[in-house]
Design a protein around this ligand. Structure first.
Ligand SMILES: Nc1ncnc2c1ncn2[C@@H]1O[C@H](COP(=O)(O)OP(=O)(O)OP(=O)(O)O)[C@@H](O)[C@H]1O
Ligand SMILES: [Mg+2]
Length: 517
């Protein structure tokens, strides 16, 4: 044993002596250069090539690093022995990761690649606009030289796509708003976000099941339509115009769409946007797979048109006229770019800018479709016009199920017949009906009884007011909606829109509403 220790001590002595000689003969710069040279020679003869993907690329966060981390999390969780676990802000699940300086083999198209997670201490803090983390992180991808082109052509795209999917699955939806009025946050982002936890889904949405199915299929077609949009040369976007009286579920429909597709929502507050270029910046900062919402578009657009109209002649109020005078395009408002114009907005829905970012849905809502500029209703701008109507019998059955848990067959046929007879004539919104049901949700029979009473009362009042014609109003409005959808295939002129507008009748309706209240 003693001999063993003696030989180890002499070995260490020799090692220290050699090190001193090396340091004296080779100055540090030369040593570093020789290591680099050795590495180069090694790589020349090696059959592998290496790609470094660092966490921070200059001063920006490298998106590819985050994507690789997420992508590997799915395979690492199955095969790894030592994992890192994280739970991101707004995330409802845990993410597995490759532990520091650990590696994993992945297979793509029959080709094996090796990923290594390299973590080293950052040397001295170099000058930077923002503080850098103490650790330098990165992934090193090792692939055979012969597979280089195959892997690089499609593997990295595949990783980005997969990472997006994982992110959407793990992370709750986000609701973005531009309520800061144009000011940017510390990362230069104009949108503020909060987790989006709206529970509305297509199952809970009370509307005609056939119409609902049509909308769901349309959304699904859109989400799966990348190849179609590419082939036809169309920007991958779709516009929905939701219109109807207040409380008929327009906002609930938007939430259901987001939950159905797993998209984030950008709630664009047009009154907070000062000009077209600000609008353009905002829209450029939206991500793909998102729904851009402008609620009550009639109010927002009226504001700017009024401004334009003051400058233009009083008689010409249409988009086409103001467009010709203003020269069109974003930032070309007559007031020198001090307000957003309809043309600025339309540039994003179907102009050249519409293809910046892909897979985006635009949803505009309004209570008064007749007030909208014909340019907005033109086909190609809003691909689908969805009329959210007063509560119909099929919609009522969904509400009864939502609030009271009443399934088909739970209620007496007589009660159902009574409800069916009055619900269309009562012209109550799903929001009104929900209020009645929610009050007595623990006593099913009382709730249904009270609802029937309320519906009868409303129907009676409607009949007395003489507003209702012999024909069923709901059917009539649905017919009108279909007609509108057909009309929108050709540009509408203002006169047409005005013809459709029954203002006198609306005023009467408002009187009745007040009486009922
Ligand atoms: N079709 C519907 N299905 C289920 N619930 C509904 C429906 N319509 C309205 N509600 C209920 O009424 C409330 C208000 O609905 P919502 O905000 O979606 O109406 P809206 O059409 O957007 O109204 P507004 O035009 O005033 O913005 C919702 O929280 C929801 O509970
Ligand atoms: Mg709403």
């Amino acid at each position: 044993m003693k001999e063993y220790w003696t030989s180890l001590a002499s070995l260490l002595g020799v090692f220290a002596f050699c090190q001193t000689i090396l340091q004296t003969v080779f100055p540090p710069e030369l040593r570093f250069a020789s290591i680099k040279l050795f590495n180069r020679i090694f790589h020349c003869f090696s059959s592998y090539c290496f790609f470094d993907i660092t966490e921070i690329d200059g001063v920006n966060t490298n998106e590819l690093y985050n994507a690789v981390q997420l992508y590997l999390s799915s395979s690492v969780s199955i095969t790894g022995n030592r994992l890192s676990l994280t739970r991101a802000v707004n995330s409802s699940g845990f993410t597995f990761g490759l532990a520091n300086n650990d590696s994993i083999v992945d297979t793509f198209n029959g080709v094996n690649v090796v990923w290594e997670h390299v973590v080293t201490q950052r040397q001295a803090q170099t000058f930077s606009w923002r503080p850098l983390p103490d650790e330098k992180r990165g992934f090193t991808l090792r692939i055979k030289k012969k597979d280089k082109s195959l892997v690089l052509n499609s593997y990295l795209d595949y990783i980005m796509e997969k990472a997006g999917e994982i992110r959407r699955k793990n992370q709750d939806r986000l609701l973005y708003t531009n309520s800061r009025g144009g000011s940017l946050d510390s990362r230069g982002h104009p949108w503020e976000s909060v987790p989006f936890k709206h529970p509305s889904t297509f199952d809970t949405l009370a509307m005609d099941p056939e119409k609902k199915k049509e909308i769901m299929e349309d959304l699904q077609d859109f989400a799966n339509g990348q190849a179609f949009y590419h082939k036809t040369g169309r920007a991958w976007k779709r516009g929905y115009l939701l219109y109807g009286p207040p409380g008929t579920g327009k906002s609930s429909m938007i939430a259901a769409m987001a939950n159905y597709l797993g998209y984030d929502i950008y709630d664009l507050e047009l009154t907070e946007v000062h000009n077209n270029s600000e609008l353009r910046k905002l829209l450029m900062k939206t991500s793909s797979k998102s729904i851009i919402v402008i609620e009550d578009i009639d109010c927002s657009i009226n504001l700017t048109n009024r401004k334009n109209n003051n400058n233009a002649s009083a008689s010409s109020t249409s988009y086409y006229d103001s467009e010709m005078r203003g020269g069109g395009g974003a930032g070309c408002g007559e007031d020198g770019g001090n307000s957003i114009t309809l043309s600025g907005l339309l540039n994003f829905t179907d102009g050249l800018w519409s293809c910046c970012g892909s897979e985006r849905i635009f949803v505009f809502t309004t209570n008064h479709i007749e007030k909208l500029d014909p340019a907005l209703l033109r086909s190609g701008r809003m691909d689908m016009h969805i009329f959210m109507n007063y509560c119909s019998f099929p919609a009522l059955k969904i509400l009864l199920n939502n609030y009271l848990g009443c399934q088909e067959g739970d209620l007496d046929d007589a009660v159902l017949n009574d409800l069916e007879a009055v619900v269309n004539v009562a012209r109550m919104t799903p929001a009104d009906i929900s209020e009645v049901l929610i009050k007595n949700r623990r006593k099913k029979e009382k709730a249904v009884g009270e609802l029937l009473e309320t519906l009868k009362l409303r129907a009676e009042l409607n009949k007395k007011s003489g507003l209702l014609r012999v024909k069923n109003e709901v059917e009539e409005e649905e017919e009108e909606q279909e007609k509108r959808a057909l009309d929108s295939e050709s540009p509408k002129h203002e006169s047409e829109i005005e013809d459709n507008c029954k203002e006198g009748e609306e005023e009467e309706e408002e009187d009745v509403e007040e009486k009922i209240k």
